[in-house]
Design a protein around this ligand. Sequence first.
Ligand SMILES: Nc1ncnc2c1ncn2[C@@H]1O[C@H](COP(=O)(O)OP(=O)(O)O)[C@@H](O)[C@H]1O
Ligand SMILES: [Mg+2]
Length: 370
Amino acid sequence: MADERELVKQVAMALRSIVDPATGRDIVASGSVEELKAGGPGEVDFVLLTGPDDPAGLAEQARAVAESVDGVEIVRMEVRAGGSRGGRKLPVMGQAGGGGREPAATPASPTPDTVPGVERVIAVSSGTGGVGKSTVAANLAVALAKRGARVGLMDADVYGPNIPIMFGVYSRPGITADEKVVPIESHGVKLMSIGFLLDEDTPAIWRGPIVMGIIRQFLQQVEWGELDYLIVDMPPGTGDAQLSLVQLAKVDGAVLVTTPQGVATADVLKGIKMFERVEVPVLGLVENMSGFLCPHCGERTDVFGRGGGSKLAATAGVPFLGEIPLGAAVVEASDSGQPTVASAPDSPEAQAFMELAEKLVGVLQEAMSD
Ligand SMILES: Nc1ncnc2c1ncn2[C@@H]1O[C@H](COP(=O)(O)OP(=O)(O)O)[C@@H](O)[C@H]1O
Ligand SMILES: [Mg+2]
């Protein structure tokens, strides 16, 4: 059954979030998961090979992670002592949905490594959703690529991945011989999104440990190659998940996106504080949907007033990176599956994105010389 196959695939992906400290690899890649299959609707069976006594608690983690996959009702896991065929059998672990279900265990503590080959990781974040974070991330990435930089764009918004739609890319990434995922290149940018791995109708309801695992995989198991910038499109908000993402990603700096309406709220300041707390420098604030650009006469109307973003940036003591107008070129671009900078490079909106990239590069250079 297609559904069961899909479920098995999701469980496999989820199990890859667990790293065996003994090998430094995830338990699927290291061959510790065997005979993973569907046992019936909502049921998955697999064998986990662990070292003697399982000091890292891999069995408990594997059970918790498998159970937390949406749609999994029953996990039948048989634990065998590592590698030795027909080795010692340990008791079958519990069933999801049964009495006394424990909260999912946290996977082995993340090692916030720098991303191999990547010069700078830059998070694009916002206090709330719908402010144009993905739009800014996508256009910033293409703008930096147009300036000659080597750029990757990672969609860390596992709950609502937007990047596939924004680039009109729906193909599945390839896998190299050493099990690395090959990012999909579009408009000179290397893309990676959970959206490439999910079917369109699969709801992306992930629990904490899985999200962490996916992000870690995106950072460590994607063949990014040599990059000047890895732009990370973050999920909205300042929750725990977001915090851990930042810690996992070893982010070099954050760009915060707000709207003229948003500047009045405390969310932006909360976002800035959060990054400061985890010692990620805030590179600046972008005011998106700033004023309305009339598609007919080009006149700009400041529906919500003007200057709030720069004032807020000044108050918070972070650089102001500029204003992106609310414009038709952005709407049309998102319809056509191309970032505005690529689809309408001469539009004022695209130019605003190009200026944003220039300003950001300036801020980064200044930060380097400090
Ligand atoms: N400057 C803009 N002008 C017009 N539409 C915009 C602009 N920025 C974003 N949008 C639109 O607003 C919606 C939300 O943007 P999105 O980037 O998905 O936000 P987020 O990632 O913060 O949730 C999208 O439909 C996008 O096309
Ligand atoms: Mg988004």
